[in-house]
Every structure is written in C-alpha cells, then in structure tokens.
Design a protein around this ligand. Sequence first.
Ligand SMILES: Nc1nc2c(ncn2[C@@H]2O[C@H](COP(=O)(O)OP(=O)(O)OP(=O)(O)O)[C@@H](O)[C@H]2O)c(=O)[nH]1
Ligand SMILES: [Mg+2]
Ligand SMILES: [Zn+2]
Length: 332
Amino acid sequence: MTSRDETLEELGWREWFSDQLVGDEARDTLPVRVMSVHRGQIAVAGVGPMRSISPYIAGAAPSDDHPTVGDWLLIDRATFAAVRVLQRLNLFKRRSPADPRKEQMIAANVDTLFVVASCNQDFSVARIERYLVLAREVGVTPVVVLTKIDLTDTPEKFVAAVRAIEPGLRVEAINGRDSGSAAPLAAWCGKGQTVALLGSSGVGKSTLVNTLRGSDSIATQAIRPGDDTGRHTTTAREMHRLDRGGWLLDTPGMRELQLSDATAGISELFDDFVEAAEECRFSNCAHGGEPDCAVQAAIADGRLTLVRFNRWQKLTGEERDHAEELKRRRKS
Ligand SMILES: Nc1nc2c(ncn2[C@@H]2O[C@H](COP(=O)(O)OP(=O)(O)OP(=O)(O)O)[C@@H](O)[C@H]2O)c(=O)[nH]1
Ligand SMILES: [Mg+2]
Ligand SMILES: [Zn+2]
C-alpha cells in the first residue's frame, strides 16, 4: 500500500469510492474529503495540504449534487476546481426550517450517529426518537449519548427512558467534560471511521469533541439557566480528527428536526404498531375508534402503549401532511 492510499484510508476512503473512478479520472483528478462548509467555501483534505475551494461544480444539477460535509469529491489536479461528488454511502438530510419544500443536507458518508441529549430539563424522548427515525431512514447505526450525568441524581431514569424506545438500542451515559467517562465512545471512533454528532443546542456536542480529542479548541458556551436550552454556539458543520484516526463531525444544534421522507424509518422504529395495524378490520383504519381496530385493542390490553401511539401518529401525520402539501403545490 502506498502512503497515498494510507492517507486516503485515514480519511475514510474505501473501495465503494475508488470503484467509482472512471476513464481518466484517476489521472486527471484528486479525491478529497469535504471537512467543512462555510459560506461559499469548502475546506477539503486529501493527499497534501488542506485547501479551501469553491463548492461550485460546472454543469451540476441542483440539490444533491452539491458537496456537503463528509462528501468525497473529485477535484481537478491542475486547477483544484470541484469536478464531481462521488456517490455517497449515505446522506443525512432534513426539511429546511426556512422553507419546508426544500431539503437541507446535513452530512454524508457517516459510519455511526451519536444522538446527543442531556440529562436535564431539555431531555425529550420524542426528540431522540426523531433522530432514531432519521438514522433508520439513512441506514446508519445510532448510539444515544446521554450527557451531563454529573448534574442529575437519577441518571438511570434517563437511561431507562431511552432504552424503552427500542430494544437493543445502544445508550452511553457520560459526563462529557470528563475524558475517563467519555472513553467508551472511542469504540466507534477507530481509524477512518466517521461519527456524526446530532442533537439540540447546548447538549454538549462540541464539549464531547473537545474531550475526545483532548483539546479545547472548539468553542462551547453555558446553557440558559431558565430552561437549560443552548445558545447555538456552533454555527458550521465540521469534521474534527482524533489522534486514533477517527473523525467527529460536529454540527450546529437543531431547534427542531423536521424529517423529510422518513416513512420507511418511521415504520421500522414503530414496526410493532405497523404489524398491529395490519390486523385492523379496515385497511385505511385511522385507529381512532373504528370497529375492530387492532391497534386500539393492543393498547387496551397493554401490548402497546398510548404514549408511543401518540408519537407514532404525530410522525406519520407530519409525513402525510407534508406529502399532501407537496402535491398541492405541484398542482397549482
Ligand atoms: N456538567 C456538565 N456540563 C456539560 C457536559 N457536557 C457539556 N456541558 C456544558 O454544556 C454547555 C454546552 O455545551 P456545548 O458543547 O457548547 O453544547 P453544543 O451541543 O455544542 O451546543 P451548540 O453548539 O449550540 O449546538 C457548556 O457549558 C459545557 O461545558 C457534561 O457532561 N456535564
Ligand atoms: Mg457546539
Ligand atoms: Zn386500527
């Protein structure tokens, strides 16, 4: 193996990407990974020094063809201009809070998702569940990281609430400011691995990146004492390198995660409800009092819970509303 291959592998390069090179691309272009996206410029790393280049690709179609953080990009060997984005292993996106018709890319080519939530007033099972639906939809293994266990007398209550979402879910409860406490997370951060951190503002994503890197180079900021919400300290998505070779992709805290086209993810996370619904008398049963509703029957005899039913209905309702909205706009 040449040192070039080694460098690229440390950045997460694998056969999936090298197999995509066609024709003269191996000769005329260089593969680089998008490390960060800052207004109109992207920082890319590959063999040689890190560069800041324009993300503009001549002739590219709108939306998904544009590079986002985590992407593998071919750049022209001579001019360093972006040539094309390699097909992704996976892509995290959400509905844009500013314009619900648009999707916003969050991160590409992620190996593990850390869903970060804190053990305080800001804790919400429904919110964590949304990130888990997204992980299912995208096909990336999630780990729920509960931070700030040093600030609660009952960390086990938070852990139990998360474990109840899904059997077998990985949950790590830690003090994100303590390297010993955060050490188990290193298991997902091996050489060439990319771990994305998602969660609300103030839960401690950047703090965790600093702790795992043994540095304090990323800005963090105290949360609001009234309601424990954060101050939106991180403003850009950025990959950070760990000494052991992995990459942590820090992101700005989200006010709300509006899922986009997550029907499959919702069905997977709520497969027990989907299964029960197949037994309803009417195939279009809304599970709201129709005769012979198997979902209501399962809730009545305790096989399914009402709280999860309500969250399932909310998520499927949002998907339905959004699909109808898009249909309406297309017609008009
Ligand atoms: N006590 C305690 N404080 C923590 C822990 N993790 C983070 N903090 C504190 O929580 C505050 C917010 O942390 P940040 O790392 O800035 O949060 P963030 O998720 O990056 O927030 P945004 O960048 O706004 O999305 C800081 O004051 C951290 O020191 C923890 O496990 N225990
Ligand atoms: Mg941050
Ligand atoms: Zn029903």
